[in-house]
Design a protein around this ligand. Sequence first.
Ligand code: ARG
Length: 457
Amino acid sequence: MKKPWAGRFTGKTSKAVEHFTESISFDRRLWKYDIEGSIAHAMMLSKQKIISQKDSSAIISGLKNIAGEIEAGRFKFTAELEDIHMNIEAALIKNIGDAGKKLHTARSRNDQVALDLRLYLRAETKEIISLIKDLQKIILNTAEKNTGIIMPGYTHLQKAQPVLLSHHLLAYVEMLQRDKERFTDALKRINVLPLGSCALAGTSLPVDRAYAAKLLGFKAVSENSIDAVSDRDFAIEFLADAGMLIMHLSRLAEELILWSTEEFSFIELPDAFTTGSSIMPQKKNPDVAELIRGKSGRIYGNLIALMTVMKGLPLAYNRDMQEDKAPVFDTADTVKACLTVLVQMMPQIKFMRERMHEAAGKAYSTATDIAEYLVKKGIPFRQAHEITGKIVRYCIKNKKQLGEISLAEFRNFSQVISKDVYSRLSAENSVNAKITRGGTSPSEVRKQIKRLKQLIK
Ligand code: ARG
């Protein structure tokens, strides 16, 4: 098959080189964007009278036919034609003849591939933003339905203070909100038209870049043709935002794994989202959550991969940049899959109210409430902390919970303690007292829910 760039060559490309350099096996998925971009380009060329109206129409209908063939699975992609751009262009020329040869006027594959990737990432980013929103809504809904559940809050994975389960869940909604904002912000930089930059220098032909941008829904045109064909920072930014997102999803997954253990027993995962063991009949494994946690490795790896591809490249385009696609595609597919499965799994998780509540009151989790009680009685905090520490030590030694020692015993540690101390010791009272803005009291958590519901529509 004759290559579009064959003119300068006398010898044939070696099969091994064709196999080594081709990208059609993976960039074929850009076909829709490639055609969309080419149609806009053809419209611009005829509007500018660079090609005739007739040729432009022939090109556009030819491209639409090719789209139909690809969609129907009838199009024959070939590695001899390297990539998606040349596969489509060659088919166009074959189908419509000479007019097809005019499509690549005032264009290079360098600005073409940058365009395709931007169109692809714009669509993927929007999809991811919408999936994040779905997940937020599900978590928010779960939080709203379970405002009555108290659980232990942890630091260092040691019981720290009782909190509301809803409050804990809302922390993820906040993280996801920032993830969404990051992707939304990245869209600003993705949504820039590189077309017209051609190979690197621009063109002597009278193109109308603003018109092409308008046709393709781009908010801006790139300002420097060398930059436009040589940077992939918009893709790297996408990969970094995905890295942050998967880090959050991985933490959520880790908690689901931990909470579903016999040791925690805070939740029960739905059968549909767990798997059994081939040898241990009793097992119910949280594989879905584990895989979400595990996939974070690939997502981080993809970011490092593309940063490394780019770091030593002299301006402008270099073939190294073809290596941008595998990490970008993999990351987009992977985060979408993780979000989709979480959206389905989250509403089916059963929270074990009694068990969580019981755990919340254990391990002297309301000791800080005693210290704050002492502060309210006029004791400096450092001293109150020490007194409470001694009370806890006394309880541990005598195998008692805080609520199980007598007032006389309490007063051995501080004379300011009176009967009302007992009202501070339950997990409920501890939670109810945390009325700081953003704190864990039911009234504050209700405000957080209200705010987030308005934010996430
Ligand atoms: N397949 C190439 C890529 O993905 C398209 C651009 C090729 N440009 C070139 N000058 N060889 O980067």
